[in-house]
Write a protein of this length. Structure first.
Lengths: 324, 533
């Protein structure tokens, strides 16, 4: 591991190359570069997630921490490690102070793995408009996490307004097991669904996305009705031929109840942020079902037909503060 | 996820939308929640039962039961699933459950989760009886009927015959009698899974195929060749047919020769009876090696479906020719005592259960040709053996040397053939070997390797072959299973070899070396040498 204090982007690139050479077995098969935008208080969580995800995907991780933008002198501290504390891949931690934080791309661009896709992940506090953050502009895939915002439901709406194909949110990743279970329940159905209700917290973005996905696929209105629990507690489906299925999450188990049949129980494990991130990194193209679900939640149509390329919008928080 | 997976998924949804696909005879209306664009949702089979004959056997304990647990743990088993064991033991459900639990816990690939097992164990049933016992089979049939109601399996069942082939006729007759193999009686699909050996020569293979295909329909028979479940073997098709780079040089104009190796460091531990009657050529060459050869040499299938791939594989298998001079180009060997990995090991004839004058080969190597426009003149050297220095399976495509080298002879002395090596196991991956200049003031060209390691680019542990194959059986996806014509075409290659070898003594080689001298001479005769894997 190399630690650099008050350094330059060029020195970081050289340090990375030196680490690669001296590491012996050079990690040649990099599949992607992951750029994580985080705050100092989240370091432990993000590191744990990155270690899990980089065990599944060979990648170069660039962690960007922006510190007090109003510091008088810009400064860059960096940490470079390969196959160390941050998992088997390559990792660069960049701490940026002062006005440099507004030009983070000047340090990260030369560090991207050649011709490999770039994924940007905002651990918390996604910018209102992704185009404000140059790190989001050159990324091919952008992962947000609205559940960590102060008003997740409002943030999800914002994500729809700001949507471009290639965006996904971890509140969508969380519901993959629900979607898989529902899809297999529909495999054996012999008639179309007549009504579907998601029970849970109506302002939970995951519950909203699940309902949005169901209504976009089934073509019927799917409400989220209040029930106990902070997220999704159960889903009830009635079919036109009178059959019905009730699925509920009971302490990390998915219980499926059908009248006249034995209940079935399937594991429904809690997934760490790392395994959610790993699922996201499996596919680096646009997730169309997400676009459709988000469209259904927000009432905004044709999200998937928007352009996928963003143009950077200069946004200076200091100026924004003055104007206010 | 490999191309195979995505493609198979697409095929499956096509079959559903088509209503009556050949592989999925009884699919319902299309599922609105399944979208080919939605790559996150896993393939989960329809409700079904898996019936295992010979469930107390070695294969079942080491591979089958752990694979079922791994599938459950990955959430890939349907919600309505039952595992039904059949064996000659005086057992209840509980005894079988504890055996299965022990086996799964010991050999499972994924971590142990008590809850997953508890959920699975509620669906485990056992029927005791011998294969000629009508009562036992009646009970098996009625248990399946009960499961339909209690476990919602809807008449779908796969029968896994983990038993010696000599037992097949009895078991299959019983299934025919109780009408368990009949799709229409069951009101669902009924499939059968058969393990190798698929016969011991062409007539016996044909007899076996006729028998199995009669009781079940040919489309419902799944022959397991676990090599085809391996990630790299499927990747071979992605490598060849998804890329522009390799296909133009994948022919006799550019390829000098192909070497396919399957080496094992182990002996015949515990399988003496079976092995001594079989030998390396029948045990490995006939199935695994010829399947690998077929996948390497086949033309591009018109679409990525089971039928289209089988058609192409069959064409290659039928075009295989044996060398005219078998005494020069077909070598078999038998290991003698020696040292392997720092331990003394005994010779083949000294192994327990092997007769002292056994003529069975533990090593076989042969030069095959493929009579097609693409491959005419390219030798395919295939070899397999036991007690070789290390366990490795690989396909090496050796390219011709450049027709003219502008460098002086001494500059390129160390330059060999360009090679593309597909490593099937271990260290699954692909290596490209080519010449590169040695840094310095002299012009000197030396071979270097460019390596793609699965463990590096997709560290997500690739599933055990059995996991993948059992899942495919339940999904009705026959892409990775050889069909009867392929088995028969393979025997047509092996039978003349066996006839030639019949009266010959195998050539001895020391345990721990790369096969007998004759095998090296075989390549030396052609001015080539074996690649050290």
């Amino acid at each position: 591991m190399t630690t650099l204090w008050d350094t330059t982007g060029t020195a970081v690139v050289q340090a990375l190359a030196a680490e690669r050479r001296s590491g012996g077995a050079v990690t040649s098969g990099l599949a992607l570069t992951l750029v994580v935008v985080l705050e100092e208080k989240d370091t432990a969580d993000v590191e744990a997630a990155v270690v899990t995800a980089s065990a599944k995907h060979p990648m170069r991780v660039i962690m960007v921490l922006r510190h007090n933008i109003d510091a008088p002198v810009p400064r860059l501290d960096a940490e470079v490690s390969i196959g160390g504390r941050l998992g088997p891949g390559e990792a660069v931690v960049l701490r940026m102070f002062g006005r440099l934080a507004l030009h983070a791309e000047s340090v990260t661009l030369p560090l991207l793995a050649p011709d490999a896709p770039v994924v940007a992940w905002w651990y918390s506090e996604t910018p209102k408009t992704i185009a404000y953050d140059p790190l989001g502009v050159f990324a091919d895939r952008r992962i947000t996490n609205v559940i960590r915002d102060s008003d997740p439901a409002a943030s999800l709406q914002l994500r729809a307004t700001d949507f471009a194909p290639g965006d996904t949110d971890l509140t969508w990743t969380v519901i993959t097991p629900w979607r898989a279970a529902l899809a297999s329940a529909f495999d054996t159905a012999s008639s179309p669904a007549s009504s579907v209700i998601v029970y849970g917290n109506p302002v939970d973005p995951s519950a909203q996305l699940l309902a949005g996905w169901l209504s976009s696929r089934l073509g019927i209105y799917v409400p989220v009705e209040r029930a106990e629990g902070r997220y999704i507690s159960s889903v009830a489906v009635s079919f036109q031929d009178g059959h019905s299925v009730q699925m509920s999450n009971e302490g990390y188990k998915l219980v499926m109840r059908r009248p006249g049949q034995m209940d079935t129980i399937a594991p429904f494990p809690h997934r760490s942020t790392g395994s959610l991130l790993a699922e996201e990194l499996r596919r680096l193209d646009a997730d169309e079902p997400y676009g459709e679900a988000l469209g259904a939640v927000s009432g905004q149509r044709d999200l998937n037909s928007r352009g996928s390329v963003r143009k950077h919008i200069w946004h200076d928080p200091a100026m924004a503060d003055q104007e206010r | 996820m490999s191309v195979v997976d995505n493609q198979a998924e697409a095929n499956q949804s096509e079959a559903i939308s088509a209503g009556d696909g050949p592989t999925m005879p009884r699919t319902q209306r299309s599922n609105p929640l399944r979208d080919p664009g939605d790559r996150r949702l896993p393939r989960v089979p329809e409700p079904c039962a898996l019936v295992v004959f010979g469930v107390t056997g070695d294969l079942s304990r080491k591979k089958l039961l752990p694979a079922i647990y791994d599938l459950a743990n990955r959430g890939l088993l349907p919600a309505d699933f039952a595992l039904l064991g059949f064996a000659r033991r005086d057992w209840g459900d509980g005894d079988f459950e504890s055996l299965a639990r022990k086996a799964a816990k010991e050999h499972a690939r994924t971590g142990w989760d008590e809850e997953v097992w508890e959920r699975l164990s509620g669906n485990i049933k056992f029927v005791a009886g011998s294969f000629d016992d009508d009562m036992a089979f009646d009970q098996l049939a009625s248990t399946l009927e009960e499961l339909r109601a209690s476990h919602g399996i809807k008449g779908n069942a796969a029968f896994y015959l983990s038993i010696p082939p000599t037992m097949f006729p009895v078991v299959l007759k019983q299934m025919e009698r109780t009408r368990m193999a009949d799709n229409s009686t069951a009101g669902g699909w009924r499939r059968v899974v058969v393990e190798k050996p698929f016969g011991h020569d062409l007539p016996s293979a044909k007899a076996l195929n006729t028998l199995v295909d009669d009781v079940f329909t040919a489309d419902d028979v799944f022959r397991i060749d676990h090599y085809l479940g391996k990630e790299t073997v499927q990747n071979l098709m992605a490598l060849r047919f998804a890329n522009q780079l390799f296909e133009p040089v994948w022919n006799a104009n550019y390829v000098d020769s192909v070497q396919i190796t399957m080496a094992e460091d182990v002996g015949i531990a515990g399988r003496a009876g079976f092995y001594d009657a079989t030998g390396a050529a029948r045990d490995v060459l006939q199935n695994h090696l010829l399947q690998l050869l077929a996948l390497t040499a086949m033309e591009e299938p018109v679409e990525f479906t089971a039928d289209a791939i089988r058609t192409e594989k069959l064409k290659v298998l039928r075009a295989i020719t044996l060398p005219a001079d078998l005494s020069a180009y077909a070598v078999r060997g038998q290991y003698e005592q020696g040292w392997l990995a720092g331990e003394r090991v005994r010779g083949y004839r000294a192994e327990e259960g092997v007769p002292a004058d056994s003529k069975t080969e533990s090593y076989a190597a042969v030069r095959l040709g493929i009579d097609t426009r693409r491959w005419a003149g390219v030798p395919f050297y295939v070899r397999t053996g036991k007690r070789l220095p290390r366990r490795v399976t690989e396909i090496a495509v050796l390219f011709k040397k450049a027709p003219h080298l502008p460098f002086s002879h001494t500059d390129t002395e160390e330059l060999g053939h360009n090679q593309l090596v597909i490593r099937v196991q271990p260290d699954e991956g692909v290596t490209l070997k080519f010449g590169s200049k040695v840094p310095g003031s002299m012009m000197e060209v030396r071979d270097v390797s460019m390596d793609f390691l699965y463990g590096e680019a997709f560290t997500e542990a690739s599933p055990e072959a059995y996991e993948r194959l059992i899942l495919d059986v339940m999904l009705g996806d026959a892409t990775l299973f050889p069909r009867n014509e392929e088995v028969e075409a393979s025997w047509r290659v092996i039978d003349p070899l066996e006839a030639f070898w019949q009266e010959q003594e195998p050539e001895p080689y020391r345990a721990g070396e790369w096969g007998p001298k004759g095998s090296d001479n075989m390549l030396a005769r052609d001015g080539r040498s074996w690649r050290r894997p």
